[in-house]
Design a protein around this ligand. Structure first.
Ligand code: PLP
Ligand code: COI
Length: 366
């Protein structure tokens, strides 16, 4: 039957089950979103991924389903004892027309390390990457146009089984949802104003600061809200032992530059090993900067030429001002710092494939 369709296909095409529903038609069109007004907030999308695993067994194959609420036991480990972690990465439209992820293998690895720390079964890399790709692919209409934001990908791994004693839950859920997002900080690229906290700490040695445990985040909400009420963008946490060395900026890693030398707090177990942090270190080294991982004394940072913070959500954000006690320092006259700007341009052009990805950091989503 050259040039024609086999009879079977014709029959299938006419079958009522194949007639497009309203939802499908809507899903094929672009969502009604003002891409220029995106903020870092939740927007419900079409589809999500879900998989389950019993304690001591292998993860069962996951599946895609429409975005929906979960049904969970009131005794679930995650809502009683915080047994859970999350990840965060971004999918973006790239210059070559594809949709790309940035170093998702690193998020997969970090999730496995976190799962082990929290007594949960680690999700194998292949399963993690398949889930991410499928979820992005089935929500592709929610990926903002290039340069207008990104599709934030949020994997969760948590104890969903019921347990009353303080112990690992009998069952786990691995879930991935997505949301289109804009800038993390309210002012976009306007340099942030930060306050060093003398009252609160994010993590202590031996705790869970080095993994993306969900329980690390609630205690930071009130300090962050208090600072925002007083006009700051976020707070800077110092280490809990000496109360002297910079750890992190809310949910982002810290960098400072003095005499062209770039310093960032060394990883001691209380700081999250950011994927952006390690990318920025590699990029800066490749540009000839000296990059040092060390204890960054808050007084040293206050005398730096420039400071910035980095993360998936924050990308690279210049810090315009830091207040610590009675000291207030303004950097670069309140403008975006030159090193932050240079690294921002380099990082985002790799992430959007506007320049060659010499490090092999991007991954296409079919
Ligand atoms: N620090 C904390 C506490 C975070 O939650 C994040 C965000 O993931 C980061 C740093 C930055 O890490 P990444 O660059 O992997 O997003
Ligand atoms: C990220 O940068 O991916 C984060 O996890 C920040 C977040 C807590 C909003």
């Amino acid at each position: 039957m050259p040039g024609g369709l086999p009879a079977q296909s014709l029959k299938a095409e006419a079958a009522p089950s194949e007639v497009k529903g309203v939802r499908e038609v809507l899903e094929e069109s672009g969502p009604e979103i003002d891409w220029d007004s995106l903020t870092f907030s939740f927007t419900e999308t079409d589809r999500m991924y879900i998989a389950y695993c019993k304690q001591g067994e292998e993860w069962q194959p996951g599946s895609m389903q429409d975005f929906q609420n979960l049904s969970i036991s009131p005794a679930a480990g995650v809502i009683n004892y915080g047994q859970g972690l999350f990840e965060g990465m971004k999918a973006q439209h790239a210059a070559d027309g594809s949709i790309v992820l940035f170093r998702p293998q690193d998020n997969a690895r970090r999730s496995r390390e976190g799962a082990r720390r929290l007594g949960m079964p680690p999700v194998p890399e292949k399963m993690f990457l398949d889930a991410i790709k499928k979820t992005v692919s089935e929500n592709s209409r929610w990926v903002p146009p290039m340069g207008k934001g990104a599709l934030y990908v949020r994997p969760l791994i948590f104890g969903s089984g019921a347990i009353l004693g303080v112990a690992p839950a009998p069952e786990y859920t691995f879930l991935v949802y997505v949301s289109p997002v804009g800038p993390y900080f309210k002012g976009g690229i306007t340099p942030t104003s930060l306050r060093v906290s003398d009252e609160f700490h994010r993590a202590a040695p031996g705790g869970s600061g080095g993994v993306k445990a969900i329980g690390n985040y609630a205690p930071g909400m009130v300090p962050s809200q208090m600072a925002k009420k007083e006009g700051y963008s976020e707070i800077i946490y110092l280490d809990a032992v000496n109360h002297r060395y910079i750890e992190e900026v809310g949910a982002a890693n810290f960098f400072c530059v003095k005499d062209r030398v770039i310093s960032t707090p060394e990883l001691t177990g209380t700081i999250l090993p950011g994927v952006t942090r390690s990318s920025v270190m590699e990029l800066a080294k490749s540009k000839g900067y000296e990059v040092i991982e060390e204890k960054v004394d808050v007084d040293y940072a206050l005398e730096a030429d420039e400071c910035f913070c980095v993360g998936t959500a924050a990308v690279i954000s210049s810090i315009g001002r830091i207040e610590h006690g009675t000291k207030v320092v303004e950097y670069c006259g309140g403008d975006v710092g030159p090193v932050a700007l240079e690294l921002y341009e380099t990082l985002t052009s790799i992430q959007q494939r506007r320049s060659p990805d010499e490090f092999g950091w991007t991954m296409s989503v079919e």
